[in-house]
Design a protein around this ligand. Structure first.
Ligand code: UFG
Length: 351
């Protein structure tokens, strides 16, 4: 498949942001609007929050934002071309590991087939940059001598979520190679544990159901959850709990800007996005207690299926190649930014 003709990805092009009403997509939408870019924000609101779009409109009055309530398979080449879309940040996805085990068809339909349909529409519609949200889950359980994880670490996912994203990565790489000469370029960004909230206080994290550690702890602090279960304390880690690499959502979004600026025509690149520092579940709980001043009621439960013991990246490649490195250095600052939003929005975007 070949792009018929291409929109040059310059500052007059629109950026299409899928999943724009979701946690990460909303932060990206606000960031690029604040930079003065034209943004077409796409979300079918199956998971995303209308309140996130309202918050963006309130924080960026007069910004060039078009919100379209539609699924990623419901846009075609003429829709892309008609809006002058030059670049796509594709956040829309299903991203809950246990759900992917129970409903793999949903994950392959949305994350793999849906992404390929969108890639095709973008290529044929003349968009020249495509950035796919991928995940650390594509690495599965790397051997201990492969920690920290580099982009060269073998990708061997252990659940349908990771496999559905890895398949999308392969498709993007192959479609990029097949469109050589058209100017199309793409990247797969493998997120580690994205956390924290917009440091200007406009946007937050509002999932239903909530499955992530930091929001669950903050819901507990706010009295919305009676106690928190720590999934396993017998891992082969210094304190027995799982270790993750938490990266602030603002830093993550900034990496997308660096990738859009740095991708050269015809390239496909893959980068890991993390801080390069691990925090155990116990350390995150301690950080939440320090930041909020609230002692958490934590009970130890069995391990959660599919949890790798340690997922920490070495984010050096994107730093060396594109000059991006995370600016929020500590887990306390990440938790602090989340706490600032949660205490003002105890019921998420509903209030
Ligand atoms: N955890 C608890 N109790 C909870 C929730 C989480 O102990 O109530 C633990 C988990 O077992 C894990 C850690 O906290 O050890 C972090 O869990 P999260 O659910 O916050 O995040 P995950 O590491 O499971 O998920 C992230 C991304 C996924 C991605 C996955 C790759 O959010 O999209 O990493 O393993 F698939």
């Amino acid at each position: 498949m070949r792009a018929i003709s291409c929109v040059v990805p310059d500052s007059r092009d629109a950026i299409l942001i899928t999943g724009a009403a979701g946690y990460i997509g909303s932060h990206a939408t606000l960031r690029f609007l604040r930079e003065g870019r034209r943004v077409v924000a796409l979300d079918d609101l199956s998971v995303g929050r209308p309140g996130a779009i309202e918050a963006i409109r309130g924080a960026a009055p007069g910004a060039d934002l078009e919100f379209v309530r539609r699924g990623i398979t419901e846009v075609d080449a003429s829709w892309i071309r008609g809006r002058g879309i030059g670049a796509v940040l594709h956040f829309a996805a299903r991203a809950i590991v246990p759900e992917s085990v129970a409903r793999p068809e949903l994950y392959y339909t949305v994350n793999t087939a849906g992404s390929v349909a969108l890639m095709r529409a973008c290529l044929e519609g003349g968009a020249r940059r495509f950035v796919l949200s991928s995940t650390a889950a594509t690495y599965g359980v790397p051997p201990a001598d492969q920690i920290p994880i580099r982009e060269s670490t073998r990708q061997d996912p252990i659940n349908p979520y990771g496999r559905s994203k890895l398949a999308a990565e392969w498709a993007l790489r192959d479609l990029t190679a097949a469109s050589a000469g058209s100017g199309f370029a793409s990247a797969a960004l493998r997120y580690f544990n994205v956390a924290g909230c917009d440091r200007t206080g406009v946007l937050g994290e509002d999932h239903d159901p909530e499955t992530h550690l930091i929001p669950i702890l903050l819901h507990h602090v706010l009295g919305r959850v009676d106690r928190v279960t720590m999934y396993g304390e017998d891992y082969d880690t210094p304190d027995g709990s799982c270790i993750r690499d938490y990266i602030h959502v603002d830093d993550l979004v900034e990496a997308h800007a660096a990738v859009l600026a740095g991708l050269g025509d015809g390239e496909f690149r893959a980068y890991n996005l993390g801080r390069g520092r691990g925090s155990s579940v116990r350390e995150v709980i301690a950080a939440v207690e320090r930041v909020t001043g609230h002692a958490c009621r934590v009970e130890v439960g069995p391990r959660r299926a599919g949890d790798p013991p340690v997922l920490v990246t070495d984010p050096g490649l994107i730093d060396r190649e594109l000059g991006w490195s995370p600016s929020v250095p500590t887990i306390e600052e990440i938790v602090g930014s989340a706490w600032a939003w949660f205490r003002n929005h105890p019921e998420g975007y509903r209030r």
